[in-house]
Design a protein around this ligand. Structure first.
Ligand SMILES: [Ca+2]
Ligand SMILES: [Ca+2]
Ligand SMILES: [Ca+2]
Ligand SMILES: [Ca+2]
Ligand SMILES: [Zn+2]
Length: 324
């Protein structure tokens, strides 16, 4: 069982950089990533575009278990709706179609210190992927009001739900990260990182190695307080809207306002999910398909022309191949 602890090291950090902390799972790699040619990739992606590759879809279910007000429950539902909007289902070979998250407010250790515990509580190995079956998100009632008052509750819930789905918690068991390396190598997440953050030659996504156990090895990297420069400054790695990586939702410290990168969403595709395609890759894919179709059509016409050139009689009998 993996529990995630949300630590706010001191009250002052609430205004700027609350720290997310998750307990690492440390499982061995237990699945092999499928690989294939570029054409096969196009075919698979086209199937994805044509419809969810898993007809069973995906249902994120929040099971409220007390201790949360109606407005707090509504925030969970918002986060549920967000992640659900990014996930079509699971990759082929996975028959799972839901994740159940037990959510509750409870007394943990009073105001400050530990904010809550979140993470997968049950996982299963399907189709070569380690995926979450159920998880939990428990929060300290002593801290909930403060979280709400500072307007951070929604971001914290969204962040923790990402962990329950496997972001940072199931990387190692899915073979996309080796503990201590600081290098995430999942192909889909990495591809998104290269384009979204203008890192075309990157061979990995930097993973956080600073912070306490649980913060390190479980979040995207940012310049943190443990850095020699004093930390807490911008990374200089920005998306097309100029948003710095420091503000990405799945980094180890909370810096409002946060944003969810395509990188985070696409990286779910490295750990078993069928996610909504990137707008950029979709356009590229359609372009590639038009190119392939155009070439096939041209070849077809050449074939017909060759046949027609053979004799006038053939012209009457020749039938255009279906591909034209
Ligand atoms: Ca749902
Ligand atoms: Ca507490
Ligand atoms: Ca760092
Ligand atoms: Ca951050
Ligand atoms: Zn976290």
């Amino acid at each position: 069982m993996s529990l995630l602890r949300v630590n706010y090291p001191c009250k002052a950090d609430l205004s700027d950089s609350a720290r997310y902390s998750t307990m690492p799972r440390g499982r061995d790699r237990d699945g092999l990533r499928p690989s294939g040619s570029w054409l096969l990739a196009i075919a698979v992606s086209w199937c994805t575009l044509a419809g969810p590759s898993n007809a069973m879809g995906f249902n994120l279910i929040i099971a409220f278990d007390g201790g949360l007000t109606a407005s707090q429950q509504a925030v969970f539902t918002e986060a549920e709706n967000f992640w659900s909007s990014q996930i079509n289902g699971y990759l082929p070979g996975i028959v799972q179609n839901s994740v159940v998250i037990q959510a509750k407010g409870m007394n943990i250790d009073g105001e400050g210190m530990i904010f809550g515990q979140a993470g997968p509580t049950q996982t299963t190995l399907q189709g070569g992927y380690r995926i979450t079956v159920s998880g939990r998100m428990f929060f300290d009632t002593a801290d909930l009001a403060n979280l709400e008052a500072t307007g951070r509750f929604g971001e914290v819930i969204e962040h923790e739900m990402g962990h329950v789905l496997g972001l940072g918690t199931l990387w190692t068991s899915n073979g996309v990260y080796n503990h201590g390396t600081g290098q995430y190598t999942g192909a889909k997440g990495l591809a998104a990182y290269r384009t979204e953050f203008n890192q075309p030659t990157a061979t990995f996504i930097p993973v956080e190695l600073g912070g306490a156990a649980g913060t390190s090895n479980a979040h995207w990297d940012e310049v943190d307080k443990d850095d020699v420069n004093g930390g807490n400054e911008l990374t200089g790695i920005t998306d097309p809207l100029g948003r710095d990586m420091r503000h990405e939702l799945m980094t180890g410290w909370l810096n409002s306002p946060t944003f969810v990168s395509r990188m985070s969403v696409q990286s779910l595709g490295d750990i078993g999910f069928d996610v909504v395609p990137e707008p950029g890759s979709r356009a590229l894919l359609i372009g590639a398909l038009i190119l392939v179709w155009g070439s096939a059509r041209q070849a077809c016409r050449s074939l017909v022309k060759r046949r027609n050139d053979q004799s006038h009689a053939d012209l009457r009998d020749s039938r255009r191949p279906k591909c034209c």
